[in-house]
Write a protein that binds this ligand. Structure first.
Ligand code: FAQ
Length: 331
């Protein structure tokens, strides 16, 4: 955002020379001009709160999302697949780190956000409350879940809040690699034995509809979309992005030799998009309420990992404090 220091007038306040620039006017003008809002800039409290809400939910999704895939690290079918999966799961931890750091620039600590996650006061993506029953689920997550995540997240690279937008650039590059590895893994299964093909098809059958739910409720039920789009935190509506994802996935499914589990899926010449069947929003709401197949398991495991990692955080803090003390003595 165009910096305004004391005594200066922001271009948005021109014409009112002699009066201090109104911060709301400066903010609105910066958003309208597609400038970035940076941590030290003035911003409305509601803008800050909405960013913290979305970034926290996003960060929590990344770290909870490590669980379903990590379930298969010890049982990956080859050393190559195991190494790839370990790298992917580590990437997700890294994404969580960038996002918690972005939230910190808004004045909210990682500890506070994790406490809220553990207490069930903040959400993570519904998708991670479904189980990974077979090895093919790892491929289906890469192809569909990372595919949906990229479709949703590429526009966030142009989010009005600088630190979030910049974190997304790297995350999207890595998610794009994840999506390709999922596709490649599913392709190997699809072209394998009849049993392997059936396993890939079964995984796609189970992950397709929950992947469509990742984009959030339909536009007319989305409580935050209108305001978030006005602030340019979101650039497209939930339904727009869901449609974009369906249009991308259909030819990819054909290339994989797999069928998407929707009898109503067909190209609509007039709209220039694929029509698709009704999403089970009752299931979505139920998962959000905590009643999905794995909600309890995910949050219990997360709390346990946090408790078991306490000694690492204590050791890191002790090391940092010793380092500061040594530096102080040296100075
Ligand atoms: N699950 O008014 P809207 C990944 C909530 S990352 C749970 O439409 P908004 C990487 C929503 O928070 C996946 N909750 O909300 C990976 C709100 O609740 P609140 C995560 C959902 O914010 C891959 C309420 O419903 N990605 O997969 C969901 O405008 C593989 C009303 O909804 C992001 O977070 C849902 N599906 O739009 C990792 C991207 N949908 O806050 C490991 C950033 C909605 O009032 C392995 N986030 N809700 O309590 C966004 O783009 C947006 O926040 C949306 C929701 C689109 C998710």
């Amino acid at each position: 955002m165009t910096a305004v220091t004391e005594g200066q007038t922001h271009p948005a306040a021109e014409g009112r020379a002699g009066t201090a620039p109104d911060p709301q006017t400066v903010f609105d003008a910066a958003v309208a001009a597609d400038e970035r809002i940076e941590p030290r800039d003035w911003m409305p409290d509601a803008y800050r709160a909405s960013l913290v809400r979305q970034i926290a939910q996003h960060a929590h999704s990344e770290i909870i999302g490590m669980q379903p895939e990590a379930n298969w690290i010890t049982r990956a079918p080859s050393l190559r697949r195991k190494a790839i999966l370990m790298a992917k799961v580590q990437d997700e931890a890294g994404h969580g780190l960038y996002l918690y750091s972005a939230a910190e620039t808004l004045g909210t600590s990682r500890e506070e956000l994790l406490d809220k996650l553990h207490a069930g006061r903040q959400k993570y993506s519904s998708i991670f409350n479904y189980p990974t029953l077979t090895w093919a689920d790892v491929g289906a997550i890469g192809w569909l879940v990372d595919g949906a995540a990229i479709t949703n997240q590429v526009p966030i690279c142009r989010c009005s809040y600088g630190p979030y937008a910049r974190a997304m650039v790297r995350i999207c590059k890595e998610e794009s690699f994840h999506q390709r590895q999922g596709f490649e893994s599913l392709l190997a299964l699809s072209r394998g034995t009849p049993e392997q093909h059936a396993m890939a098809q079964d995984a796609v059958n189970r992950w397709w509809w929950p992947s469509l739910m990742m984009f959030g409720p339909p536009d007319d039920e989305s409580s935050h979309s209108a305001q978030s789009m006005q602030w340019k935190i979101k650039r497209h509506s939930n339904d727009e992005l869901r449609q974009r994802f369906v249009d991308i996935a259909v030819p990819q499914a054909e290339a994989l030799g797999l069928t998407l589990p929707d009898p109503d899926l067909r190209w609509n010449e007039e709209r220039g998009h694929h029509d698709f069947g009704a999403i089970d929003w009752a299931e979505f709401r139920d998962v959000l309420k905590g009643n999905g197949p794995c909600n309890d398991q995910r949050i219990t495991q997360r709390r346990r990992a946090h408790e078991e990692g306490a000694w690492v955080r204590d050791a890191a803090a002790a090391h940092a404090s010793k380092h500061r003390q040594n530096q102080g003595e040296a100075a």
